[in-house]
Design a protein around this ligand. Structure first.
Ligand SMILES: N[C@@H](CCC(=O)N[C@@H](CS)C(=O)NCC(=O)O)C(=O)O
Length: 198
């Protein structure tokens, strides 16, 4: 089994954390730069994006949440779905909206580096980040002990990624409840090992 990843992708981080929480180890990884069109990555993903999981049978799986779905089927315990599947999936959806908006902003800067963030589409993406974070703050995913569920995992991945990509952003609202969740989870090996770094 092998995971194609880079050290900044929040999508790859969700998969890494999910694996480590389930099986107790980081999944073996191959670092690639998705923007460099590495032949090895193009061979396993026509979309040339990370993450990609190559299973022991040699099947390639793409899309972070589909990989987590596959993992959940392969290894039902401990579950990442938590006590209430509806709540977990609803909250994870909000976190994915934040992650997508942040990643799209970075991509927008690649397309037109002239002020993408302040352009109408850039401002929509910023609104998605702020409103998504505020929604999660209002009803923050819970974690006390045991295995964090997908809602808690994606919320912390989203928060860490926005802070990593937009340090000192004046538009970041105060997020005390999300910060408290982040500090409860950040020392777990799965979160610590995968913290975004350039
Ligand atoms: N929906 C995909 C998104 C994956 C994605 O966009 N990955 C980024 C890295 S954060 C990438 O590889 N981008 C390269 C590109 O868009 O060409 C998932 O959930 O896995």
């Amino acid at each position: 089994m092998k995971l194609f990843l880079n050290t900044t992708s929040p999508y790859a981080r969700i998969v890494r954390i999910s694996f480590e929480e389930k099986i107790g180890n980081d999944v073996p990884g191959e670092l690639v730069d998705p923007w460099a069109d590495a032949p090895a990555l193009l061979e396993v993903n026509t979309a040339a994006r990370v993450p990609v999981l190559v299973t022991d049978e040699g099947v390639t799986l793409t899309e972070s949440l589909l990989i987590v779905l596959w993992l959940e089927r392969q290894r039902p315990g401990p579950s990442l779905i938590g006590e209430s599947a509806t709540r977990t999936i609803a909250e994870a959806g909000v976190a994915m909206g934040i992650i997508d908006a942040a990643v799209h902003t970075l991509i927008g800067r690649k397309i037109t580096d002239a002020g993408f963030d302040e352009a109408p589409v850039g401002l929509r993406r910023r609104r998605s980040m702020v409103n998504g974070l505020l929604k999660l703050e209002q009803d923050a995913p819970e974690f006390e002990t045991g295995t964090p569920d997908l809602a808690a995992i994606t919320a912390v991945v989203a928060l860490d990624y926005v802070r990593f990509r937009f340090p000192n952003a004046g538009w970041m609202p105060p997020l005390p409840r999300l910060d408290a969740l982040q500090s409860r989870l950040s020392s777990r090996p799965s979160f610590e090992r995968s913290v975004p770094r350039s």
